[in-house]
Design a binder for this molecule. Structure first.
Ligand SMILES: [Ca+2]
Ligand SMILES: [Ca+2]
Ligand SMILES: [Ca+2]
Ligand SMILES: [Ca+2]
Length: 104
């Protein structure tokens, strides 16, 4: 298993605790409710442009402050740097379109 990534979903437990996803599950057990995979922002088990990447619309450049920008969302700051950027966060979706998560 990757260092620090207990559920092998590609994100460390430190990052998952920061963005608010379940560090013990690689995929949602309850779509729409149980947030488990950082890339699956709309919690439907798939990575898609419309469902997940669109969550970044209007948020690029926002910072968690303090004080946080109105467009700030800690949930989408996937590299835990307190800024929402294309290079740091959105590019993590590259090559992942259409990928579905599963739990063992
Ligand atoms: Ca993880
Ligand atoms: Ca997880
Ligand atoms: Ca999704
Ligand atoms: Ca970031």
């Amino acid at each position: 298993m990757p260092v620090g990534d207990d559920d092998c979903d590609g994100f460390t437990t430190t990052v998952e605790n920061y963005v608010g996803t379940d560090p013990a599950d690689a995929c949602t057990d309850d779509p729409g409710v149980h947030d488990a995979w950082p890339l699956d922002i709309n919690i439907d088990t798939f990575v898609t442009v419309v469902g997940d990447v669109y969550a970044y619309a209007g948020r690029i450049g926002a910072t968690g402050g303090p004080p946080p920008d109105a467009n700030w969302s800690q949930r989408v700051d996937l590299n835990e740097d307190n800024y929402i950027t294309v290079v740091g966060d959105v590019l993590l979706f590259s090559g992942m379109m259409g990928v579905e998560c599963t739990n063992p």
